[in-house]
Design a protein around this ligand. Structure first.
Ligand code: SAH
Length: 392
C-alpha cells in the first residue's frame, strides 16, 4: 500500500481526527490512482490512519480510519465490521415494528466517507459518492448481504459522480432485484417510496423526528405543509387529528406521491388538499389563515457564495408564514443548507419575526435524527436545523 506523508507542523487536524486532508498539508504525494486506499504517516514515520486518495483535488485524502496500529483495510472483513457497527446503532435506537426505513451509513458520520446507504424495508439504496467507495462496491454488497439485505439498488448523484469519475449508474447491483416502488412504515405511518425517480434516495429520512414532533401540535389544527414532497408532515398531522391539511409542492410527481400515501393510510379525501404550486406564490396569494405551518424548503445555499441570496429567501419565506399564521399558531421552520449555520438561521428567523412585529417564542430546536449521526470531529456533516415557534 502506498503512503501519504503529512508535512511537519500540519498534523493538528489529523490529531483532531478530521476526516479530510487538504493538499496543502501533504509533504509527499504518491503516484497512486484516484480512489486508491493509502496509509497516512507523519513526517517522522508514525502511522496515523488510512484514507481514500483523490489526487489533483482540494481534499486529497478522505480518512476512514484513525489508528496507530496497522489494520488490513484491504480485506472485506474490515468493511463488514464497519457495517455491523452502523447497523447496531440503528438496531438499538431506530428500527422497530413501527419503523423500517432509516439511514444505515451516513458517510463521515459513520466513518465511511463517500458512502450513503438508506434502507427502505428490505431494500438498500446506495450512493457511491467517490471513486474510493466505488472501488469497494463488491465488499459493500457482501457486507450488506451479511446483514441480511439481498436487494441493493445503486443511485449515484450525477454531480459528485462526475467530479470523482464514478462510472456506475442507477440500477440493481445485487443478484436479487426488487420493485423500485417500496412500501415503508415510519412511526406507524405508511409511505410509498419511489427509489428510482424520487428525490434523494427516495425519502427524506432526516425529518423523521421532526415529523413525530408535529403530532404534539396538530390535533384539530388547520395545517399548511409547504415543500411537502411525498406528504411526510401532512400524514403525521392527519394521523394526529388535524382538521384539514393543505400540502404545497411545485413537483407534480411529489403531489402524486402524496395522493398515493393518503390512500395507503385511508385518509378521508375531505381532510386534505394538494396544490402543485410554487410555495412563495401560494402563501402570498392565499386568503387562508392556518394554525400550523411547516416550512421545509430545499437547500437554498448549496455553496458559500449563495449564502446572501439564500438568507433573503429564508427571511422572505418565514415572513410570509408569520403573516398567515393565526394567533397562538405554530410554525415549524427548517433549513437544510449546510452553509447556513444554526446561529445564522436563527438570526434570519429573528429578522423575519421583527418585520412581522409579532411575539414569537422558540419551543423546540430540531436537528438530524440518530441514524444521521454527526462525527464530532467533522461538524461539516451537520446540515439540518429547525425551530418550532409559537406565534402570538
Ligand atoms: N418536507 C418533506 C421534504 C421536503 S424536500 C418531507 O418531509 O419529506 C423539498 C421539496 O420542495 C421538494 O419536494 C421540491 O419539489 C419542493 N420545492 C422546491 N422548490 C419549491 C418551490 N419554490 N415551491 C414549491 N415546492 C418546491
Amino acid at each position: 500500500m502506498q503512503k501519504i506523508i503529512i508535512k511537519k507542523g500540519r498534523e493538528r487536524s489529523m490529531i483532531n481526527r478530521h476526516p479530510w486532508i487538504f493538499s496543502g498539508a501533504i509533504q509527499t504525494l504518491p503516484k497512486a490512482e484516484l480512489g486508491e486506499i493509502l496509509s497516512i504517516y507523519t513526517h517522522d514515520n508514525q502511522l496515523i490512519g488510512y484514507g481514500f486518495y483523490a489526487p489533483g483535488t482540494q481534499i486529497v485524502c478522505r480518512v476512514f480510519e484513525y489508528t496507530k496500529q496497522e489494520i488490513n483495510v484491504l480485506e472485506p472483513d474490515y468493511w463488514i465490521q464497519k457495517f455491523q457497527k452502523a447497523f447496531l446503532l440503528r438496531k438499538r435506537f431506530i428500527i422497530s415494528k413501527h419503523t423500517n426505513a432509516y439511514r444505515l451509513i451516513n458517510a463521515e458520520g459513520d466513518f465511511f466517507p463517500g458512502l450513503i446507504a438508506d434502507v427502505y424495508n428490505d431494500v438498500v439504496v446506495v450512493q457511491l459518492l467517490i471513486k474510493g467507495t466505488e472501488n469497494l462496491a463488491d465488499f459493500i454488497i457482501k457486507a450488506l448481504n451479511s446483514l441480511g439485505f439481498e436487494k441493493i439498488y445503486l443511485k449515484t448523484k450525477e454531480v459528485t459522480g462526475r467530479l470523482e469519475n464514478v462510472g456506475r449508474k442507477k440500477g440493481w447491483i445485487s443478484e436479487k432485484k426488487g420493485n423500485t416502488q417500496i412500501e415503508i412504515i415510519e412511526n406507524g405511518i405508511k409511505f410509498l417510496v419511489d427509489i428510482e425517480s424520487g428525490q434523494k434516495t427516495g425519502f427524506f429520512l432526516d425529518q423523521r423526528d421532526a415529523r413525530q414532533l408535529i403530532k404534539q401540535y396538530a390535533k384539530g389544527a388547520k395545517v399548511c405543509n409547504t415543500f411537502s414532497y411525498s406528504g411526510g408532515f401532512s400524514l403525521y398531522a392527519l394521523d394526529a387529528g388535524a382538521e384539514l391539511v393543505h400540502s404545497v409542492d411545485s413537483s407534480k410527481i411529489a403531489v402524486q406521491l402524496i395522493e398515493d400515501n393518503l390512500k395507503l393510510n385511508n385518509i378521508a379525501a375531505e381532510r386534505h388538499q394538494s396544490y402543485a404550486e410554487d410555495v412563495f406564490k401560494f402563501l402570498k396569494n392565499t386568503d387562508n389563515k392556518y394554525d400550523l405551518i411547516v416550512l421545509d424548503p430545499p437547500a437554498f445555499a448549496k455553496t458559500a457564495k449563495a449564502v446572501p441570496n439564500a438568507t433573503r429567501g429564508y427571511k422572505e419565506l418565514n415572513l410570509i408564514a408569520f403573516r398567515k399564521i393565526n394567533p397562538g399558531g405554530i410554525v415549524f421552520t427548517f433549513s437544510c443548507s449546510q452553509k447556513i449555520t444554526r446561529d445564522l438561521f436563527r438570526k434570519i428567523v429573528f429578522g423575519a419575526a421583527a418585520d412581522a412585529r409579532r411575539n414569537i417564542r422558540i419551543l423546540h430546536q430540531t436537528t438530524q435524527p440518530p441514524d444521521h449521526p454527526i462525527n464530532i470531529y467533522h461538524p461539516e456533516n451537520e446540515y439540518l436545523k429547525g425551530l418550532v415557534l409559537y406565534v402570538e
